[in-house]
Design a protein around this ligand. Sequence first.
Ligand code: FAD
Length: 746
Amino acid sequence: MMEITVYGRGGQGGVTLAKLISAAYFLRGKEVQAFGVYAAERSGAPLQAFVRIDDAEITNHNQVRQPDHVVVLDRTLVGRSSTSPCSRVVLGLKPDGWLILNSAEGPEKFAELFPGRRVATVDATGIAVGSGLGTRTVPIVNTTMLGAVAKVLDLRLEDVTAALDYLGFGGANTTSAVQAFEQVLTRRMSGQVTLAAQPAPRGAVAGILDTDVGGLPTVHTGDWATRRPERAELTPPCNDGCPAANDVRGFVQAVARKECDEALRILLQTSPLPSVCGRVCPAPCTEACNRRLHDDTVDVRELERYAGDHGTPPQPTAPTREERIAVVGSGPAGLSATYHLARLGYRVTLFEAGRELGGVMRTGIPSYRLPREVLDREIGYILRHGVEVRTGHVLTRRGLLDLSQRFAAVSVAAGLQESRALNLGQVSSDIVVQGIGFLDRVRQRPERLNGERIVVIGGGNTAVDAARSARRSGAHDVQIVYRRTRAEMPAIKGEVDEALEEGVALRELVLPLRLHTDARGPVLTCQRMQLGEPDASGRRAPMPVEGADARFELRCDRVILALGQTPDLSLWPEGADVRDGQALLGVTGAPILAGGDFATGDGTVAAAIGSGRRAALHIHRALTGEDLFPGPRPPVAGPEHIALHLFTHARRERGGVVPAAVRCGSFAEVRLGLRDEPGRPAAALEAARCLSCGVCDECDNCRVYCPEGVMVRSGPGEYAFDYDYCKGCGICAAQCPRGVVYMAEL
Ligand code: FAD
């Protein structure tokens, strides 16, 4: 009788290999027996299978104790040294028996481990995985190993294919088995078979008074593992998407805990204008929110507004340093630079050409979107950090160089001051006005446009704001004329929706050509357009439509141009580059930093805030050598990291909105924000929808679901794995809702 023991791990196919070996002999007319020893073991746990082959009927049904040959399907079951408990695979193996190993190393590598033994090796994992049989973590090597076993035991290749055929295997299984048949290496080691190979005496059974009862198992089951869990936090996509570099997840979680002051404190680390951004930001954070794949994104903008409006900010700090810094321009970029420099202890003087502070936030964005008291409140907080203000102070190129002599550093955030023009022919300046100027005038002294027909040309925020402001000023017919389609409009989508609700008409794919006046008033000649191939902006370029009705006329009383703005570079030293974060040296070597739209043209308040903060950090580094820039971020937590099925669904909380018919009559704020009701804390409920992507919130799933109890929590947020006993089942990683726990291959 020939007896074989197969050592493998659950999932690798050890029992099937035993059946395949038996089948090969059975088809040659032998009596055979094959069976495995396993309980309800999970994938990866060690198991054994046995084969008996004889000429006579086999009546012994016991486990094989002294095999003629041993087959090992997993290199990790062999161990690395002769003292390793794993080298027990040779226990009972007869001195002349073969030890057939799945290993990429040749037999000679096992000389020290198995002296005097006959060892055969084959890289079954490499062959099997290369043929698509399983994965590197759980390779299915049974059919491959059959080829090696057959060759070593002097079976023929036909016996291998016949056995595979008999048990219904083919394809990659057959090619892999043939490869292993051809590649297996054999060798007898020098030296004597060691005593370690003898069966060990059975251990004593622990009594109930045994001192070790309840202690840790002496067998370190962690040795079975082929992979192990590890923890690493990722960058939440909202944080990654925020141009102001806000810790979005952090402040949202604080709102969820109803810690509004803490939420505001977190926001104020990076942005001094949370109530402003909570009203006007296009919210790229929300666009990146993974929750969109579950039900709906988290409304971060409303939550930021809530934190800004309801939280109490920390006491402003006073200057602590001697250095004086000049900031030019009081838009969001200049205000952000001012705030961050002041918080770092510098004495800041803020120069502003206008009579009031705020830049476009005051002169462009209408009060129905951003009430003046909200802007004033946040600017007031910034100024309380000991900031000196000079309004009505227009800086020239010469003046800028002068500042660089009087101050230790200068931050320039002059925005976009030049409006793009459109040649519509000889027309009165009363009829054609620039959108920016129109918005500034409307906010200071309401215009009377009663009954007028207004055409607004453009597709950005200025166009939409001008159109909505015209409606509020009494115009009865307001049309936005845009040469592309609504999908390509750079204006914030929600603002376009609200404008349409308010009765503003949108004429897509129309290019105004000429304005003339006849007896009945102004007439705008327009060209119909169609979309062609994408242009440099990545958007499909508008092309004129041909044909008889390709042109048409629009009667109007006034045309508002909203075609975008460019920086006025007459302020900047001639020939010097204007680049975000690149210092230019003034006359005395004082660094001059350009920021905001003036340097980037990014065109959002949040981006300007981020740029202003970077300017402050650049200046601080130039003056002190201290680098306060955040280090590189970990990878972003994408949808693939989030176990959405572990989260319940929850409806998005909506903030109130004044009905279109009512809001058209005034410049009062349109959106009312999230309102907490008794027993229904809307903001906390909305914030609680945050999935906390990539960041552990100590839900404890990993610990609760660990079947081995090897997850240890030593303190708040401090988790560790006991790798001595972790078998690498992966349940903790599968149960981690946020992608923090993952499995690493060993
Ligand atoms: P600005 O806000 O333009 O501020 C520049 C400041 O510098 C001004 O106060 C100016 O007077 C001053 N200045 C200029 N030259 C000098 C000088 N020589 N000396 C002294 N001072 C000087 N973004 C959003 O995120 N959401 C919106 O809803 C939104 N709506 C918008 C609506 C309109 C109508 C417009 C025009 C823009 C809108 N934007 C919006 C864009 C956003 O307002 C700008 O991207 C942002 O204000 C740029 O900030 P900034 O600080 O770089 O420049």
